[in-house]
Design a protein around this ligand. Structure first.
Ligand code: EPU
Length: 418
């Protein structure tokens, strides 16, 4: 367990440049397995989840070379169809190898994926969709998954019950090399889905409708290599915006895709922050006297992102008034609530609702992070709290944030790993 010592921080000032998006990089790196030539992926964040993905690719037989934020992958020689349980268990995105490996090699043997425990995270929609496309997917009682191509690996019309990000990605990864046309109805519209489709299109895939309700894919015989730059991480950007709002200060956040963040920026303005946007830079100025955000309801993109729920709950703890959170995406994504209570917050949470009444100040304490975004929210709440805090479980941050404490320290935060 890794720990952070966090002391009360009076304001953040300066500039920070936003890293590439984890949730884009992971599916794109997985997709390189489908390409017959070399791929170069730039702006790839240095994260433990990225390292796991690259380890999986190497174990499958791909040649992987990483230098700073650029990764070169040659999957032409990948022949292995098995992924070890310890690798699958490290993150949720490992499930995307189900269709990538089967499509490349004809069969796959892997296990159920791990990842942050946000309540039950089944993969039934992935399996149902791939089965409809002619893949035979079986699981045994030890949690092993076996998938192989039956006689026909065809496109199909898939109706997702909800716009699942992972299921949409798995179907896309299968459909690009399947025979014929695949239609995904009720597809996820997240910018990370569009980034995956942009990369695959550069490789020769035929995809239309990314970012819309219906995605159409016509399978091709082969995919070539391509060079691609991963989009910037809207949740990391949200983390710096939320921290500046909560602690006060004046920070310029560079390398942002403004249009992907409208819902976040609207709320920050509503609660009393000044937010100026110019090209790919957003400046946030906060004097700390914040109004409560009111109602925050998590929804699929373009709605309020579930990944930002904990961050805005942290802000609400010291904003004036009452905020109501409704977590619609995951069944158990309030693990940060007990820890915020330990800092002196006033929160009543039941099922998917949490009611937060702002208090005058928070006080430092020992905190335990239990998931990635919760860890980030606790870190910024601890910076706002009077006194000092120890945050245990800081390794969660390394899954999604490049140099978390170094970047915050540069802005004036009193934070260090102990
Ligand atoms: N669901 C099912 N069955 C399925 C698939 C999903 O019931 O077969 C349910 C899930 O249990 C959940 C809901 O559908 O309740 C939405 O899940 P989704 O599939 O959209 O999420 P995911 O693909 O598992 C990705 C991100 C998450 C992010 C969510 C929602 C990656 C690697 N993960 O997860 O990111 O919260 O979409 O936007 O892309 C994070 O970065 O910290 C993180 C958790």
């Amino acid at each position: 367990m890794s720990r952070l010592l966090i002391e009360h921080t009076e304001g953040l000032y300066g500039r920070v440049s936003i890293q590439g998006a984890k949730n884009s990089a992971l599916p794109i790196l997985t997709a390189t397995l489908l390409c017959d030539d070399v791929c170069v992926i730039d702006n790839c964040p240095n994260l433990s989840d990225v390292d796991v993905t690259l380890d999986i690719l190497s174990n499958l037989g791909a040649k992987v070379f990483k230098e700073k934020n650029s990764v070169t992958i040659d999957s032409s020689g990948a022949k292995n169809h098995r992924i070890a349980k310890n690798m699958m268990a490290k993150m949720r995105a490992s499930i995307l190898f189900l269709s990538a490996v089967t499509s490349k090699i004809g069969r796959a043997e892997l296990c159920f994926p791990g990842g942050c425990r946000l309540g039950p995270r089944p993969i039934d929609w992935h399996i149902k969709a791939l089965s409809k496309m002619g893949l035979n997917v079986r699981c045994n009682c030890n949690g092993k998954l076996f998938c192989k191509v039956e006689k026909n690996f065809n496109g199909a019309e898939i109706n997702l019950p909800l716009p699942s990000v992972g299921a949409t990605e798995n179907i896309i990864l299968a459909a690009v090399l399947a025979k014929g046309k695949t239609i995904i109805n009720n597809a996820a519209k997240e910018p990370e889905i569009c980034d995956l489709c942009d990369f695959l299109s550069k490789c020769g895939a035929k995809i239309t409708g990314a970012g819309q309700n219906q995605i159409e894919i016509v399978g091709v015989d082969k995919l070539c290599g391509a060079k691609h730059r991963v989009i910037s991480d809207r949740i990391v950007a949200t983390t710096f915006l939320a921290a500046t709002a909560m602690l006060s200060g004046d920070v310029k956040i560079e390398n942002i895709v403004f249009d992907d963040m409208k819902v976040i920026i609207d709320i920050l303005r509503r609660i009393g922050c000044t937010v100026n946007a110019k090209c790919d830079t957003v400046q946030i100025i906060s004097n700390k006297k914040l109004k409560a955000p009111g109602e925050i309801i998590t929804e699929p993109y373009p709605g309020f992102p579930t990944d930002a729920q904990a961050l805005f709950m942290a802000i609400s703890t010291i904003s004036q008034g009452v905020s109501i959170f409704v977590e619609n995406i995951f069944k158990n994504r309030y693990k940060h609530v007990d820890e915020l209570l330990n800092l002196g917050a006033n929160i009543k949470a039941f099922d998917k609702i949490a009611v937060v009444t702002g208090v005058r100040e928070l006080h430092g304490n020992c905190l335990y992070a239990k998931d990635l975004r919760g860890a980030a929210a606790l870190a910024i709440a601890a910076m706002a709290a009077k006194g000092s805090s120890i945050l245990t479980g800081a390794e969660y941050l390394d899954r999604g944030y490049e140099n978390f404490e170094i970047n915050f320290k540069k802005l004036g935060a009193k934070i260090r790993r102990v």
